[in-house]
Design a protein around this ligand. Structure first.
Ligand SMILES: Nc1ncnc2c1ncn2[C@@H]1O[C@H](COP(=O)(O)OP(=O)(O)OP(=O)(O)O)[C@@H](O)[C@H]1O
Ligand code: SF4
Ligand SMILES: [Mg+2]
Length: 363
């Protein structure tokens, strides 16, 4: 990730002035859904960038906007009935092309070939009534002018590559004939059949048992090494983040509250919400009673987002910054150091003291 802001100052949304600096660059992305109850601001001013060969993990509790962000990058909000009800603004640069303003056809051409997505539920990406092999063949032929035979060979190769036994036989199986883990692998084979340069994995292992989870993550990591792709990995599992991510982006209420290199986020986190997430991470070596209490309270409404800092109703330190600033002024991302940014009104001294004296000893 980059530390430069549009103005060159170390305050505000950090984005490089040259979009080609990073393979993926998201600038001030807003994805709003007008509904009968009001406008749902699912993503509300998100910026980040990602280089090839790197993995960015997006974390945050349910409803913070992680999936909406990925679907926006993939251009999937524009499809179907839902597409009519989405308002998108900002910029999404992929390999030097801007996608928010691009036509649906242009985005479709990139989807599958330059960017692909793995979902939590493989059946959301696969058709239940078509053979796995035929679906991979189809995905390949959309972008390659080759015969069905050539594409089938490629499909078998991919099934083999993702560790599906007897690929020449399984290629003719239907999704329901595969176990959960095997279906997930088949979906990964389909996502990777065109060697996409950006892979977005949205909770790719949540539904799987621990051993299969580890195998799938190893697979994503190996394939990334092999193809040098940029990977966005969305997960609730901070253990996975620690293992696989280069950078971490913490989302709260549709915005980024902290981001930085993975070691910084685990060793020197700056935002009270990140402290809460780390505190709720399961640890096998500690009694539950010794642990911090997970973040109390409910995620914010995305229709009536709390004023000032959206986290203030749940933040134990909301009264520390002077005046009523946490309730009236929305904190912008400020550079901590290097690629590490945090959006909180606490003074650096307060943050360091609370982290080192109150939080870290309990983790
Ligand atoms: N089409 C839509 N219309 C209205 N609201 C929507 C729509 N799609 C998503 N939302 C809302 O946007 C918010 C963010 O949703 P999103 O799916 O991105 O959350 P998430 O961070 O992926 O959560 P989870 O961890 O549970 O997957 C949610 O409150 C959701 O209800
Ligand atoms: S700005 Fe205030 S309320 Fe928000 S996280 Fe920081 S201390 Fe807590
Ligand atoms: Mg989601």
């Amino acid at each position: 990730m980059t530390e430069l802001s549009k103005t060159g100052a170390a305050v505000g949304e950090p984005t490089p002035s040259n979009p080609s600096d990073a393979f993926l660059e998201v600038r001030d992305l807003k994805v709003h859904f007008p509904t009968d109850d009001g406008i749902v601001k699912s993503v509300d001013g998100l910026s980040f960038s990602l280089e090839k060969g790197k993995t960015l993990s997006i974390v945050g509790e349910s409803g913070s906007g992680k999936s909406v962000t990925s679907l926006a990058i993939m251009g999937l909000h524009r499809l179907g009935a839902r597409g009519k009800n989405v308002r998108m603004s900002g910029e999404i640069w992929l390999g030097g092309k801007e996608l928010v303003g691009a036509s649906p056809d242009e985005v479709r051409r990139l989807r599958g070939r330059e960017m692909a997505m793995i979902f939590q539920d493989p059946l959301s990406a696969m058709h239940p009534y078509y053979k796995i092999g035929d679906q991979i063949v189809e995905a390949y032929r959309v972008h390659h002018n080759v015969s069905k035979k050539v594409a089938r060979t490629r499909a078998i190769e991919m099934l083999d590559r993702v560790g599906i036994p007897e690929p020449a036989k399984r290629v003719d199986g239907y999704p329901h004939e595969f176990s959960g883990g095997m279906r997930q692998r088949a979906m990964i084979a389909m996502a990777l059949v065109n060697n996409p340069e950006l892979l977005i994995a949205d909770e790719p292992t949540t539904a799987l048992d621990v051993t299969v989870q580890a195998q799938i993550l190893d697979l994503i990591r190996d394939l990334q090494k092999e193809f040098g792709s940029a990977v966005v990995l969305i997960t609730h599992d901070l253990g996975v983040v620690a293992e696989i991510a280069d950078d971490v982006l913490v989302m709260y209420g549709g915005r980024c509250v902290e981001r930085g290199p993975v070691d910084e986020i685990f060793e020197k986190p700056q935002h009270p919400y990140t402290w809460g997430l780390l505190g709720s991470m399961p640890r096998i070596d500690r009694e539950t009673s010794d642990r911090l209490i997970p973040v109390k309270g409910q995620p914010p409404s995305l229709i009536n987002v709390p004023s000032g800092c959206a986290f203030h109703p749940r933040c134990p330190y909301a009264d520390l910054p002077k005046g009523n600033v946490t309730r009236t002024v929305r904190p912008e991302l400020q550079q901590v150091d290097g690629g590490h940014w945090s959006a909180c009104h606490l003074s650096p001294e307060d943050r360091t003291r609370i982290w080192t004296e109150e939080i870290a000893p309990k983790l």
